[in-house]
Every structure is written in C-alpha cells, then in structure tokens.
Design a protein around this ligand. Sequence first.
Ligand SMILES: [Zn+2]
Length: 132
Amino acid sequence: MSTKVLSYSHLNTRKDNTKNKIELLNCQSGGRNCKSHLSLINQKYSYAHESLIEKDYKNSINALKDAFYIATEIHESSCLSCAAFFRTTLTESLEKINKELHKMTSGVFKKKRYEPIYIESCNVLEEFKNNI
Ligand SMILES: [Zn+2]
C-alpha cells in the first residue's frame, strides 16, 4: 500500500510545480524589492526538488546553494526578514537531504558511494547555518 501512496505523491510533485515554491510572507515592500530575487530562488528551488526526485543529490544541493546565495543578495531593509525567511526555508530543505543521505550512509545497508555527497551536504549545511 505504501508503495502506491508514494508513487502517487511522486507523480503529483512532478506535475504540480506550485508546490515547490517559496511563498512571500508579510513583505514590507509588498514584494517590490524581493520579488525578482524570489522568482530566481524559486527556479532553483524547484530544480533542486526535481533533482531530488531523480536522486541526483549533487545537482539538488548545488541548486539550493545557488538559491541561498541569491537570498543573501537582498539588502533592502524592507526585505531583510523576507531574505531570512527564504534562507531558513532553503536550509530546512537541505537538512532533509542531509538526513536522507545520513540514513543511506549509515546502518547495515549503507551505500558507500553516497559518502562523498553526504559529507558535502554536511559542509554546505554548516555554511548555510553560518549565513542565515
Ligand atoms: Zn520582501
């Protein structure tokens, strides 16, 4: 049963791109100063999600990294909280990937080939947390 549910949600995620989007919350400039950044961030964010479905962790992490650094380029005072919110959301996504990779590289059925990318995800996560 769980397989059916999974493959259904898998299809759903691929088709419905609006789900893989960071929404604007309470922006003081009404989106004027951060909308263009957010649209770039969402392109990367959505690509990161697609790559994750394909189990292409490297691409997924790189896309999150790109998105994160776009968010660090928002300097208008009206949008500092928007930028922080975008970065927090991206960090949470990376944490999920990091946990998934941790599971895959530990325990009885660990897959050694995922070790380098797991280590990379730890480093990038550390980098994100220092820049939130
Ligand atoms: Zn804003």
